[in-house]
Write a protein that binds this ligand. Structure first.
Ligand code: 1CP
Length: 353
């Protein structure tokens, strides 16, 4: 029998149940802003070596929890493990970010793709999930995650990050049937990947649609939204909630609220007041402090945290239930850990019921 959770605020908030204060975790809470992360990375040699060694992935997952009373842990890994396991050959070029040795260059490449085996090619991820659950010992829940089909397809077609995403948009425009076959295969892989993380012990699942917001509304509705909704439908389970986070998803919130997901993660380009009003209690909301607010001085960080908490309450009929505090996107390497401590403290103290 797994240890019962000592702190289940995060899961309760995702179910819109009452909590003693608003739970908080931060996207990229494990990362280069922490000196202990930089030391572990130096010793491991590379980011991929860290992600592929369960003991190191576990250590790095726990680092921010030793410093701050965060209400959830997130698996230390990357969204690009899935295309790597599909044979694209992930590596990191110093200062340039992720690259694939064999990006998708033709319709034949797309048709040759297969869903990877979770027990072999991605076993290291499941081993990390099992190890982290054991080491957490019920302190807080563990979040598993995946990239969204559209966001993974962006990297698979471009071969790395991009400013314009011209190749993948051209594919969607010129070869829509092949694009849908690609998104279909990637969706099968994402569902299998998240289900395997759940089976290994993940207690909530988040899908990162980081690049959905670069699409026009018509293209978003064709190439991102239906696949997000399929994931939410296929993973529906009362015990393991699904969070759909999308950078720039504000124009699509009404469709996302009806997608079947338990919670929607939003960035700071929408007020939580507006989002909560439109959600009307159908889903929980996660977000949405602009990460750059962490560059402010501690009193400014506290004021910004309170403003986010109040904005949610104002849109949610005066109640703070159903809100998970987070940033609107990930943390950056030059952020001050002291400011994170201040932020977490303010969220808990100010929202205490
Ligand atoms: O140490 C290093 O230099 C590596 C930097 C790094 C880190 C810390 C990368 C490479 N990935 C990660 C971890 C990571 N990636 C997590 C860990 C859990 C956490 O603490 O939150 C998660 C959830 C991700 C997810 C991820 N990877 C996303 C989606 C989230 C987001 O930020 O929008 C994306 C787009 C990636 C791709 C990726 N991996 C790494 C980098 C630098 C990038 C971005 C590349 C680009 O700008 O296109």
């Amino acid at each position: 029998m797994p240890t019962p959770l000592k702190n289940d605020r995060f899961l309760r908030a995702l179910r819109r149940e009452p909590v003693d204060c608003t739970p908080v975790w931060l996207m990229r809470q494990a990362g280069r802003y922490l000196p202990e992360y930089r030391a572990t990375r130096q010793a491991a040699g590379s980011f991929l070596a860290m992600a592929k060694t369960p003991e190191i992935a576990c250590e790095v997952t726990l680092q921010p929890l030793r410093r701050f009373p965060l209400d959830a842990a997130i698996l230390f890994s990357d969204i690009l493990t899935v295309p790597d396991a599909m044979g694209l050959g992930l590596h990191f070029v110093e200062g340039e970010g992720p690259k694939f040795e064999r990006p998708l260059r033709s319709v034949a490449d797309i048709d040759a793709l297969a869903v990877p085996d979770m027990d072999t090619e991605l076993r290291y991820v499941m081993d990390a999930v099992r190890l982290i659950r054991r080491e957490l010992d019920g302190r807080v829940p563990l979040i598993g995650f995946s990239g969204s089909p559209w966001t993974l397809a962006c990297y698979m077609v471009e071969g790395g990050g991009s400013k314009e995403w011209g190749k993948v948009k051209a594919l969607a425009l010129n070869e829509p049937a092949a694009m849908h076959r690609l998104l279909g295969t990637v969706t099968d892989a994402v569902v299998a990947y998240l289900a395997a993380q759940r089976a290994a012990g993940a207690q909530a699942l988040q899908v990162f649609d980081t690049w959905g917001g670069v699409l026009s509304p018509a293209m978003y509705r064709e190439f991102s939204l239906p696949y997000l909704a399929r994931i939410a439908r296929e993973l529906k389970s009362a015990e393991v909630p699904v969070i759909l986070f999308g950078k720039g998803n504000a124009p699509h919130l009404d469709a996302l609220f009806a997608s079947g997901a338990d919670a929607i993660g939003v960035d700071w380009t929408v007020t939580l007041e507006d989002a909560a009003r439109r959600a009307g209690g159908r889903v929980a909301l996660q977000g949405n402090l602009d990460p750059a607010m962490l560059y402010g001085h501690p009193e400014a960080v506290r004021a910004q945290a309170r403003a986010v908490l109040d904005s949610y309450r104002d849109g949610n009929g005066g109640s703070r239930e159903g809100h998970v505090f987070n940033l609107g996107h990930g943390m950056s390497p030059d952020m001050d850990p002291e400011h994170v401590a201040v932020l977490v403290d303010e969220v808990h103290a100010y929202s205490a019921r």
